[in-house]
Design a protein around this ligand. Sequence first.
Ligand SMILES: [Zn+2]
Length: 549
Amino acid sequence: MRKVVTVCLSILFVAGIVVAGKSHAPKFDPEKIRVHVKYLASDELEGRGMNQKGGDMAADYIATQFKSYGLKPAGENGSYFQTVPMVGVKTLAATTFTFVPASGTPLELKALDDYVTTNERQTETAVIDAPIVFVGYGISAPEYQWDDYKGYDLKGKVALLFVNEPVSDDPKFFKGKALTYYGRWTYKFEETARRGAFATLIIHQEDLASYPWTVVRNSWGGEKSFLKLDGTPKLEAASWIQQDVARKLVAMGGLDLDKLFQEAQSRDFKPIQLPVNLKAHIDSAIHPFTSRNVLAMVQGSDPAKKGQAILYTAHYDHFGIDKSKPAGANIYHGAADNATGCGILLELGRVWADTKPAPPRSILFAAVTAEEQGLLGSEYLGKHTAQLPTQPILDLNYDDLPPIGIPEEVEVTGAERTTFYPTVEETAKEFNLTIRPDSRPEAGHYYRSDHFSLGRVGIPAFSVSEGMKYKDHDAAWGQAEAKDYVEHRYHQPTDVYEPSMDFHGDALMAEFGYALGQKAASASAVPMWLSGDEFEAAQKQRQMSGANK
Ligand SMILES: [Zn+2]
């Protein structure tokens, strides 16, 4: 047994040297990653809050590092920065929300207890008096022959719908148990806005949403940040309502929520207009500001290919400092989330800058902002790739990689949906890493990190992260570590840097991503979403528009 372990380890190190040797690249240094994490997670950076001093300091630090490695700026006007115009929207207490039936008593809702709402159209006042239409799951998915709308015009209406997607175990139907983007609440708001709805009410069901109402309440109670309006259709009232409130609402129209849920499972479902209006007056405080993505690059060596790039991303923002809380416990340090990803991104930048000769395709680095606000910095990057000096054809993202030792597994969820997967498998083998499949596909993690912002505009994209099995431990240990992190540090001020942290695993994940980048940067073919994938159409559109041909 022991012998087997020793043999595996020597393969691991040989693989590392071979990869480094081929390209004459310097080695990845865990201690350099430590220095970045220690600084980015320090009190001085005050939790890297977006639109706070600490967030700006983090962006400046990353740009300074990029420059010191000799990376070229890839931002605006020869700088390392891309300005991201944003708007903070806070729903004020004067807001009212009432269900008014054609006959009978109106039902006035209680803010936060019964509903949460945000005016995505970013106006100080919105007045709504419009009929409510139940649209099932609100999904239009031609690839699954599913259309909840059946030609119904939502213009000027209020959509009422369930979160998630039709219940199924069939892998060919909404990918079985796995959540597709159609099930995410962000899709529901986007799709109904595209169809002209004023407002959308998502019915919160704890069992289907995979988180309790308190999570909805907490994340929607304060100021919410959005990208500045750019012509993308938006709702005046993007809302969630409690299940019991939805029950009362449909009962006003003589309907039963459980029966509606059953009806929504059928392809034959048609929208049902209720004899009830939403009467709402939404008052919001509007607060425009800007944030920054940090961008750098290595120019490719092949004139025919340097217009294409391998992109590495990691978000640098976290929750900042909460001055309403006592000093000493009010900084969200974000050491694991995501100073680790930034440390890896910087180390990748350093090694790529020293890689001679440069690969045929270019290499792009983006430290993005506002991930914690809903992947906004990467969304802006994905929507504005035309501004970049070279076009991404693959995105490798790093988000929250625990510095707890050397992983023997790697997670690359989403890679299996692309033509790049055989290369990923081959590389994992060279590194003696087992690919760990997504343990909870029903949670839809793919849609919750920055790679998704690139994926949805047609660029094959996935995150590289550690699995659960670490050297000298069993997988149960890794799982216990993950659980301890989620319970005691994740998104809490306690996510701090500790001198006992071990960055060898983070360095290994950087090296793995580097090896993937090397192969993608010199391959003859560009990675593609597989045929039938939800992002295939976006990639075709992207290629037709002239990007990454
Ligand atoms: Zn986070």
